[in-house]
Design a protein around this ligand. Structure first.
Ligand code: 4NP
Length: 152
């Protein structure tokens, strides 16, 4: 199984989500590939934002080796689950699904915590709320791992 986490810049939210989810899956002994990408290519090749690296590090997760990349149309075929941080990311991903073949695997990540509410992970690039974002992503990652475990 392969999971892709997606935000706008792939420097704040999705790198953090990738790090948290990868650690939880490893701790659970579940073999899943995890990656992240941005809908924009604005930060391609850059490491995560210092705020994301810092909050991850405080929680025992090293995301400093990640590098930003832009999502590709081929990712829609390649990954089994594509998780967007907000509805704008969600719409941008759906736009890459020209023939509307992959809509079942494109989801909003916080719907794992707040089903059907379509809540957004707030963007710490603008709000500097890295701690709040960490907590939200931690809750979502926990639910995702439970769901995968229940379906194994
Ligand atoms: P992210 O945050 O989508 O969580 O990585 C952002 C990063 C960069 C920008 C916006 C949001 N930007 O405008 O460059």
């Amino acid at each position: 199984m392969k999971i892709l986490l997606v935000c706008l810049g792939n420097i704040c939210r999705s790198p953090l989500a990738e790090g948290i989810l990868r650690k939880k899956l490893e701790q659970s002994g579940i073999i899943v590939e995890v990656d992240s990408a941005g809908t924009s290519g604005w930060h391609t090749g850059e490491p995560p934002h210092a705020g994301s690296i810092s909050v991850a590090s405080i929680n025992g997760i090293d995301i400093s080796g990640q590098r930003s990349r832009q999502i590709l149309s081929s990712d829609l075929k390649e990954f089994d689950l594509i998780l967007a941080m907000d509805s704008s990311n969600y719409q941008d991903i759906k736009r890459l699904d020209h023939e509307n073949q992959y809509s079942d695997k494109i989801k909003l990540i916080l719907n794992y915590v707040y089903p059907n509410e379509n809540r957004a992970v707030p963007d710490p690039y603008y709000h500097d709320n890295f701690d709040e974002v960490y907590e939200l992503l931690e809750m979502a990652a926990q639910k995702i791992v439970e769901e995968i475990r229940n379906n194994l």
